[in-house]
Design a protein around this ligand. Structure first.
Ligand code: OGA
Ligand code: MN
Length: 303
C-alpha cells in the first residue's frame, strides 16, 4: 500500500511504501504521477536502490535527458545516464573545500530550474541520496513552490507578465550568482541564451511563474530593466513561506517538477563527510540525448 503525505502547507509530498527495487507497477506510476500533479515536489522514502533501478523508475515518466558527453563516458562508480551532485571525484575521493571547488558549487546555491538554459528545459529531476552528510554540516536542499507564488502575485503583475518571454543564459546566470566566468570557460562550453515563457501552465490549469538562477532578463526589455523585473519576481517566489527545506536520509529520492518548483543547494561546510547524490533527469518528449546534441540537431534543421 502506497500512501502520500504532505510535508508543507502549500506543496511537497512524501510517498511512503513504494518498492522501487521491484518491477514497477501501474499503481506505482499512477500514484507518483498524481502526487507530483498535486504537490510539484515529492520525496520517495525508500531503502537504497541501484542506479539501474533508479533509471528504470525515471523512465516511467519520460525520456531521460542525458549528461553532456554521455556517449564518451565510461561506466565508472556511477551509471553514465545519471548526473552527479556531491563532493566526490571520479575515483570516489572527497574533493577538498578549496576556493575553486566552492566556486563551482555556487551556481546551484541560487534557486534554479534544471537545464532551463537549454532549448528543452528538463521536465522532472529525481535526485537520490546515496551518501548524505549530516544536516548540521550543510547539504540540505531547498525547494520553492512557483504555483502558490504565482497565485499570490498582484493581478496587475500577473497581467503584465502573462505573455512575456524570459531570457535564460547559463553563463550570465553563473556570473550573477557570484561565479568567476572566464572567456575560456565560455569558449569551452558555448551556451547561447534561450527563451521560455515567464508564465507556464500546468495540464490542470494552474499557472507558475518561471524564473530562477538562469533567467536573467525579459525579451524586448532593456537589460537592466529586464534583470530588475526577474530579480523582483525571484525575491517574491523565494520568500520563506514558499520554501521547504529537505534534510536528506540516505535512500531518499526527491522528485521535482522543474516547471513548477525551483530548488537550491545549501553550502557544504566540511570536507570530512561524503556527499554522493545522483540525479536522473526526465524530458517532456523526444529522444534520449544530451542537451548539446539537442542543440546541434536543432541548428542542423533548416527553419
Ligand atoms: C541538482 C541540484 C542540489 C543539491 O541536482 O540539480 O541542484 O542539493 N542539487 O544537490
Ligand atoms: Mn539543480
Amino acid at each position: 500500500m502506497i500512501t502520500v503525505n504532505k510535508l508543507h502547507p502549500l506543496f511537497f509530498g512524501e510517498i511512503v511504501g513504494a518498492d522501487l527495487a521491484a518491477e514497477p507497477t501501474e499503481e506505482l506510476r499512477q500514484t507518483v504521477q498524481q502526487a507530483m500533479d498535486d504537490h510539484g515536489v515529492c520525496v520517495v522514502r525508500q531503502g537504497q536502490i541501484t542506479d539501474e533501478q533508479h533509471i528504470r523508475f525515471a523512465r516511467l515518466f519520460g525520456p531521460l535527458e542525458l549528461p553532456p558527453g554521455y556517449g564518451s563516458r565510461p561506466r565508472g562508480r556511477m551509471a553514465p545516464e545519471l548526473f552527479f551532485a556531491g563532493n566526490l571525484d571520479a575515483d570516489g575521493n572527497i574533493l577538498p573545500l578549496t576556493p575553486a571547488n566552492r566556486n563551482v558549487a555556487k551556481g546551484a546555491e541560487r534557486f534554479h530550474a534544471d537545464s532551463s538554459f537549454n532549448p528543452l528545459p528538463s521536465k522532472w529531476s529525481m535526485l537520490r541520496g546515496v551518501e548524505c552528510p549530516p544536516s548540521d554540516v550543510g547539504g540540505d536542499t531547498l525547494f520553492c513552490d512557483l504555483r502558490s507564488a504565482y497565485d499570490d502575485l498582484p493581478q496587475g503583475t500577473r497581467d503584465r507578465i502573462d505573455s512575456m518571454m524570459g531570457i535564460h543564459d547559463f553563463w550570465k546566470g553563473r556570473a550573477y550568482a557570484g561565479l568567476e566566468v572566464t572567456d575560456e570557460m565560455r569558449a569551452r562550453m558555448p551556451m547561447p541564451p534561450v527563451l521560455h515563457p515567464l508564465v507556464r501552465v500546468h495540464e490542470n490549469g494552474r499557472k507558475a511563474v518561471f524564473v530562477g538562477g538562469h533567467c536573467v532578463g525579459v525579451e524586448g526589455m532593456g537589460e537592466a530593466e529586464g534583470h530588475a523585473l526577474v530579480e523582483q519576481i525571484y525575491d517574491h517566489v523565494t520568500q520563506d513561506k514558499y520554501v521547504h527545506r529537505h534534510q536528506w536520509t540516505p535512500g531518499d529520492i526527491v522528485i521535482w517538477d522543474n516547471r513548477f518548483a525551483l530548488h537550491a543547494a545549501t553550502p557544504l561546510n566540511s570536507d570530512k563527510h561524503r556527499r554522493d547524490m545522483r540525479r536522473a533527469t526526465i524530458n517532456e518528449s523526444g529522444d534520449e540525448i544530451d542537451a548539446y546534441e539537442y542543440r546541434r540537431r536543432q541548428q542542423a534543421t533548416p527553419a
